[in-house]
Design a protein around this ligand. Sequence first.
Ligand SMILES: Cc1cc2nc3c(=O)[nH]c(=O)nc-3n(C[C@H](O)[C@H](O)[C@H](O)COP(=O)(O)O)c2cc1C
Length: 126
Amino acid sequence: MFYQGKSKVLPHLFQPFHLGKLELRNRLVMPPMVTFLVNESGGVTQRMIDYYAERARGGVGLITIESAYVLEKDRDMGRLGIENPQLLVGLNELAEAIQEEGPELFSSSTTGGASSVSIRGKGRTS
Ligand SMILES: Cc1cc2nc3c(=O)[nH]c(=O)nc-3n(C[C@H](O)[C@H](O)[C@H](O)COP(=O)(O)O)c2cc1C
């Protein structure tokens, strides 16, 4: 069970918070951090689900999952992908596992941009 009381130093920290239409159970936010827990296709793994579910159980109000690439050309070893429909099945499972524990969920996506360099040895990606 996570802490739900009042902090003397930060009295609002553990109080619910409205963020637009979302009601967060507190003001603790987990920022996006790459975990390298994806499979070779950039898909969600059970280990990744377990990792985020554990953080969700820990009591934060909002989890931002690690940044995901949106274009196949930006696929790097270890990065989460959202660039094709097959990956959505795992992402759905991940979202459900997190929200079942209480926190809201944001996703973040990135693109390498027009002048990015691929670490897979193909040079510029555009
Ligand atoms: C191991 C690690 C992985 C990270 N991965 C991401 C990421 O996937 N996306 C992102 O936007 N920021 C990422 N960050 C940046 C963190 O979200 C950032 O450090 C955090 O918001 C705290 O901000 P601060 O470093 O300015 O204190 C990562 C940071 C670390 C240490």
